[in-house]
Design a protein around this ligand. Structure first.
Ligand code: DO4
Ligand code: MG
Length: 299
């Protein structure tokens, strides 16, 4: 079962439930409330969500995911949650970052260290849902998408479900000096999230899911890459445990788990590229890329 946030024709924001290819509205408008309830009383909350699927469907899931449902549009599946990210959890990310930082050694070390790299990525104002526009920085010359499985975690630290994140990054800025990481990672429209949260279930093994990335330019694929979550060096539970150490997330949190796909060094994203990330059982996250407006509007 998936839960998502939608905006309907009457412009109201609601939580919806996907089951068997159809999407149904609930009476709830707060994702924070649903995540907290799922953590405190999973059975009763799931029962309530299932009840919503006894009504009339809002739209088919495929039309919503495609962005062509006339009745509603998908929004990013978060409201009051912050998005945090894990770094250097796959060998491919470690290698690419060692290369771009001229063998700094810091990525080698964090890859094998007991403590993971965790960093703040975005609040809701910097996150965009599927079928929307993501920015690359106007002052970067080398930008890449980072397709990542994302964990939806409740206020008490329980992994409640999974979604897809795009941790767009500026490789030249991060590579010049690792202290520039927040600028390489955190800016307007820097994080894609969605299309929905697939609720954790005993028959879903999140540690063995393929992740596929396709980048299209002028309708032609210019990069395709694949990995599997079984190549991650850490467990999701361990990442969540470190994130919650001495830290409070009263509304829950979304944690990106790191990228295992890095395009070749001669590749950079450009305006109007289309970036699509697919993870079976979770969905498809798709964005158009545009360059950020620079210091336009800054005081
Ligand atoms: O170390 C910098 C960030 C790493 C990252 O975002 C990733 O590995 O996905
Ligand atoms: Mg990343």
């Amino acid at each position: 079962m998936r839960i998502c946030r939608v905006t309907t024709l009457s412009n109201s924001m609601r939580i919806a439930v996907e089951a068997e290819g159809q999407c149904y509205l609930t009476d709830e408008d707060s994702l924070t409330a649903v995540l907290s309830a799922l953590e405190v009383d999973p059975e009763a909350t799931r029962t309530l969500l299932v009840e919503a699927t006894h009504g009339r469907p809002l739209a088919t899931w495929s039309d919503l995911e495609e962005g062509i449902a006339s009745e509603a549009q998908l929004l990013a599946p978060l409201d009051e949650q912050e998005v945090w990210a894990s770094g250097v959890t796959y060998e491919r990310s470690m290698q690419a970052r060692e290369d771009e930082s001229q063998g700094s050694g810091i990525y080698d070390r964090v890859y094998v260290a007991p403590r993971p790299e965790l960093f703040f990525k975005a609040g809701a104002t910097r996150v965009v849902g599927t079928n929307d526009v993501l920015y690359i920085r106007s002052d970067a010359s080398w930008s890449v998408p980072e397709p990542e499985l994302a964990l939806a975690i409740g206020p008490r630290g329980t992994i409640l479900g999974y979604t897809i994140g795009n941790d767009v990054s500026s490789r030249d800025i991060e590579g010049e000096n690792p202290l520039y990481l927040p600028q390489a990672k955190v800016y307007a429209r820097c994080c894609g999230l969605g299309p929905a949260i697939t609720l954790a279930a005993s028959d879903l093994n999140a540690h063995d899911l393929p992740i596929a990335l396709t980048i299209t330019r002028g309708g032609v694929p210019v990069f395709r890459g694949e990995t599997s979550t079984n190549r991650i060096r850490r467990t999701f539970e361990d990442l969540a445990r470190y994130l919650f150490r001495d830290n409070l997330f009263p509304n829950g949190v979304v944690l990106l788990t790191g990228t295992g796909i890095v395009p070749p060094d001669n590749f950079t994203l450009g305006p109007r590229d289309s970036v699509e990330i697919m993870i079976p059982h979770i969905g498809r996250l798709r964005h158009r890329i545009e360059r950020g407006p620079g210091d336009h509007g800054a005081a």
